[in-house]
Structures are given as structure tokens and as C-alpha cells.
Design a protein. Structure first.
Length: 551
């Protein structure tokens, strides 16, 4: 019986259309595989491709994330071979070695593996992403930890070359911890000193998970190495310090912000990973609904006024600001930002870093910026009365000002400015609009299944006036590390400031009154936008309720 072609199988299974297949076949280069082109175009996910390949080739699919792999099995295959062909030895059974491979049809790799190990090779298929994570974890990270344990004993002190020489085990270990975090799409790395160990934790899609615990005697040298990389003072461990590392990982520029904090068991280090290659730079990629996108675009295209983005730390406010600046950036306008810290470097935009130790604060920097003939000003955060006052004056003299404010909702921004001491008439004459924002985890495309909403969920959808049949939930798979979620998206509430709201502000109305008014105008709040995205199958009710409150 003739084996069906991959493209035909994908069309039959309803994953792509005939038109998409024809388009992809026309686009793909001669040496590129059809599956890789479809992945690049975003028509299918890697997991979907693997399920069809499993059927087409009759080769079993291996979930490498759930396999407890023994270190002895790993040692059977040389690291160089595993990384070159992207494969992971799983288990040995008699004279057979079971191996997870990204390409189980690569006979050269299998032959090389048979010669290197002496075993009969039994291939399985696994996703490139999962294999890359596991090969990094089992070979590079474990190898670095073993090297450190071999080289240093608990009693031994580390000399300076141990933490500065690029070939030393400590340097390799720190590099591997960072590489492993990037492979797992982590946004932060936490090094937590405990009483008897040092815990390494990664924050992936907003949730912390422990990656591994290292012996306590490694703590001081690891922290010293990280502080050297970030140009921090390694002899000072009584006060908090901040630094920055620029590093290339797999030819991708990665910027890392370092923060050290003295704790009772030693210095806690948090490294915020800013992946410069994956920053959101387009407004339409932010997950705004068509209605909200139109409102937001109208706000930022005004010639003057203040646009505020509100939400707690880590709610994606900076990404939204940068996307707005990218939309506005052109040769005709002079855009200047003042930030603390400057997270992403934007081409064609003048970015200023706050340095409080030399008197360069938001307020003093902002005064200088106004003498630089700007059209658009971005202030990283309005923290005090002085900054707010200068920002409002700037907007009243014909500038568009974008900034962020730490409040729980868009409406709360109005009362927060009044609390800061800003006169209500200044707020009503300068404020163009406020955006409230939160981040929720996105349901994994590979294991998301249609399920019926619970009775409680039905009530919530009914209150929000949303019709819903089924919603999506992830059951957990290799792509999402068994969590059911992969990636994040933002939910928003957008409050354009109209004459009626200005009247409320001038009359010092309560938040409840303003809320009732915007409810009557039909403005969707955070929870409504979140539930709409649940109905679209993008996230879950649990995620929305985690970051919003039911009225």
C-alpha cells in the first residue's frame, strides 16, 4: 500500500486547507521540509505535525518531558551527537536503545548513533522544542553542575579566576542556567538562598516553578559570578544592588536585568530576561479586541493630551507603551522617553535612563526633555506629584504624553491623580484616556479541548451578556510542560475621557458614580474582555478570575 503524503494527511485531518497547502508548497524552498514551512507560517503547531507524522510513519510519539531519564542512559550518547541531531536517549532494553528524535527518518543520525553506542536504535518522535529543552537540561546544565561539584569542595574558597575565566565550571554553570531559562521561555530567574540549599526557580508564563536545588556551598560563587557579569560590587552584600547583562544566546540578543537583595540566608538574586528578539512591536499583536484597538489607536493619534496605562507590576504595561511608540514613530516626529530602567532599545527614539544618584529623576529629566522640542514624550511611570504636574503641563502645551500608573483599574487612575494633589480641572483638560491591563495565560493550542462550561461559568457569561456553547481547557502536553497553558495574552479595559467623565472629575464624584456611568455607556471592563476571550477559546475562566474581580 502506498504511503500517503504528509500534505494530503494534514488536509484530510482538517488541520489545513487545500489552498494553504498549495500556497505553502509554492513558497517553500527546495531544501526545506513541508512540515517546517507549515510551522514557520503558523498554519499548524509542532504537536499537530507530530501526531500526523506518527500516523504516517508508524513511529511512536514520545513525551520527553514526562520520561524520568537516568543519567547512565544519557551518558551512552555523546553530548555533541545529541545536540547536532537533536535527540535524547530515553531507556535501554537488552540490546535496544530507545531514542526520542526530532527527525526519526534521519538514517545518517541513526547509523552514527548505532556506531557510537553499539545498540540497536529504536526511534521515537518528539517535538523540537521539548527536545531542545531536555537536551539543554540533561547535557549542558547537569554537566556544568557535575563539573562544579568535581572541582570545588564545600570547604574550598573560590579564587577570582574561578569566577572570571570563561572556561571555569562556575562560569559555564551560570551560562547554562540562563540558556536553560531562555529555552523554557522564562521571564525571570530566581536564585533563592535557603538554610541548607540554593533554589533555582524559573517564572514561565507568569507562574514560578522550581527548576532544581543546588548545594549551599555553591551559593556564594554563583552569586559572585552573576554580580561580576552585571558590574555589581561583589564585596557589598548588605544593601540591594541593580545591574544589567547583555548576552547572545543561540544568536539572539538577550538583555538581563539583575537585582540583588540581602536576605537572612544570603543574597537573593532575580534576573529579568528581556528577549530583544521577541518584543511585541505592533499594536494589533497585543490581543486588543477590534473595538478596543480602534479606541486605543484614536487616543494615541491625538496631537496632545495624556494617555495612561494602568495595572500592577508585570501586567505588560511596558510592552503596550512600546507598541504604541512604534505605531507613532516616524521621521516627522521627535519622540523622547524617560524610563527606569530602559527595558527595550527602540530604533529612532531617544531614550533617557533615570539616575537618581546623580539627581536625574523623572521630574528633572522631564524638565530637560521639554527643552528638546519633543512631539511625543513617554514617561516610564508617574510616581509622584511633581512628575504628574510636569506631565500635565507638557500635555497642555501641545505634547502627547504616554505613561503608566500603578492602579487596580482604569477608573481608579482618576482618583489616584487627585490623591497625588493634581487639581481636578487640570486632569479634565489634559487626560485623553486610560487603559487598564492584565496578563492571563493562553490555553495551549496542542492540548486545548472543547468542554462545557460549569454552572458558575454560565452565570458569569450571562452577567456579561456573552453567548457561549463550549470553552477550551488544556489537558497538558509536552509543548506546555503539562500545564495546559502556553504563552500569555493581555485583557484590557479602555476608558476614553468624554465630557460627562470630565464633569464627574470636576465635581469630585466617587469611583462608584463614574463606574455606573461607564457601565451605562456599555464600556467592557477587564472581566468582560477576559470572559469574551474565554468564549473565543483563548484562555480559561480561572485565569481571568485570578487577575480580575467579579463586581
Amino acid at each position: 500500500m502506498a504511503r500517503k503524503r504528509l500534505g494530503d494527511l494534514l488536509v484530510e485531518s482538517g488541520l489545513i486547507t487545500g489552498e494553504q497547502l498549495a500556497e505553502t508548497l509554492a513558497d517553500k524552498s527546495a531544501d526545506e521540509k513541508l512540515g517546517d514551512t507549515l510551522l514557520r507560517e503558523g498554519y499548524i503547531t509542532e504537536q499537530q505535525l507530530i501526531e500526523v507524522l506518527e500516523f504516517q510513519l508508524g513511529i511512536p510519539h514520545i513525551n520527553v518531558a514526562q520520561y524520568p531519564v537516568e543519567q547512565e542512559t544519557i551518558q551512552l550518547v555523546p553530548k555533541e551527537l545529541a545536540k547536532r541531531h537533536l535527540l535524547l536517549p530515553i531507556r535501554v532494553d537488552g540490546n535496544k536503545l530507545f531514542v526520542a528524535m526530532a527527525d526519526p527518518m534521519d538514517y545518517f543520525a541513526m547509523e552514527e548513533l548505532r556506531m557510537a553506542t553499539g545498540y540497536q536504535i529504536m526511534p521515537g518522535i518528539a517535538t523540537k522544542d521539548a527536545l531542545y529543552r531536555m537536551v539543554t537540561k540533561y547535557y549542558d546544565l547537569q554537566e556544568s553542575i557535575d563539573e562544579v561539584m568535581d572541582d570545588y569542595s564545600p570547604e574550598e574558597s573560590i579564587d577570582e579566576t574561578g569566577i572570571t575565566d570563561e572556561d571555569s565550571p562556575i562560569v559555564k554553570l551560570v551560562n547554562q542556567i540562563i540558556t536553560n531559562a531562555v529555552a523554557q521561555r522564562a521571564s525571570d530567574i530566581h536564585l533563592d538562598p535557603q538554610e541548607v540549599e540554593l533554589t533555582v526557580r524559573y517564572r514561565v508564563d507568569g507562574v514560578l516553578k522550581t527548576e532544581r536545588a543546588l548545594p549551599k556551598y555553591m551559593q556564594n560563587v554563583l552569586i559572585a559570578r552573576i554580580k561580576i557579569m552585571g558590574n555589581l560590587n561583589i564585596t557589598e552584600n548588605r544593601i540591594p544592588q541593580d545591574g544589567r547583562i547583555k548576552i547572545d544566546i543561540n544568536n539572539r540578543p538577550i538583555d538581563i536585568r539583575i537585582s540583588s537583595l540581602p536576605s537572612v540566608y544570603g543574597e537573593k538574586i532575580v534576573m529579568r530576561i528581556l528577549d530583544l528578539g521577541s518584543s511585541l512591536d505592533q499594536l494589533d499583536k497585543l490581543g486588543l479586541t477590534p473595538d478596543n484597538l480602534a479606541k486605543f489607536t484614536k487616543m494615541i493619534e491625538k496631537p496632545n493630551g495624556i494617555v495612561l496605562i494602568t495595572g500592577p507590576t508585570g501586567s505588560g504595561k511596558s510592552s503596550t507603551l512600546y507598541a504604541a511608540l512604534n505605531r507613532l514613530n516616524s521621521e516627522e516626529v521627535n519622540i523622547i522617553t524617560i524610563e527606569d530602567p530602559v527595558e527595550y532599545r527602540l530604533r529612532g527614539i531617544n531614550q533617557v535612563q533615570v539616575k537618581e544618584e546623580v539627581g536625574m529623576t523623572f521630574a528633572s529629566g522631564l524638565r530637560s526633555i521639554l527643552r528638546q522640542d519633543p512631539d511625543i514624550i513617554m514617561i516610564g511611570e508617574i510616581r509622584d506629584f511633581e512628575t504628574a504636574q510636569i506631565a500635565i503641563r507638557a500635555s497642555l502645551t501641545g505634547h502627547l504624553v504616554l505613561s503608566t500608573l500603578h492602579t487596580n483599574s482604569a477608573i481608579a487612575a482618576l482618583t489616584r491623580l487627585i490623591d497625588m494633589g493634581i487639581e481636578p480641572f487640570l486632569i479634565s483638560s489634559s487626560l485623553a484616556g486610560v487603559i487598564g491591563q492584565r496578563l492571563v495565560r493562553r490555553v495551549c493550542r496542542d492540548c486545548g479541548e472543547d468542554v462545557l462550561p460549569t454552572e458558575r461559568e454560565r452565570q458569569l457569561f450571562q452577567q456579561a451578556g456573552i453567548e457561549v456553547g463550549t470553552i477550551k481547557r488544556g489537558s497538558g502536553c509536552p509543548s506546555c510542560n503539562g500545564t495546559g497553558y502556553l504563552g500569555r495574552l493581555a485583557i484590557h479595559e479602555i476608558l476614553p475621557i468624554d465630557d460627562e467623565i470630565n464633569r464627574f472629575v470636576m465635581n469630585a464624584a466617587s469611583m462608584a458614580d463614574i463606574r455606573d456611568h461607564v457601565k451605562q455607556t456599555g464600556m467592557p471592563f477587564l472581566i468582560d474582555d477576559g470572559l469574551w476571550k474565554v468564549a473565543q477559546g483563548l484562555t480559561t475562566t480561572e485565569e481571568v478570575l485570578r487577575v480580575t474581580q467579579v463586581e
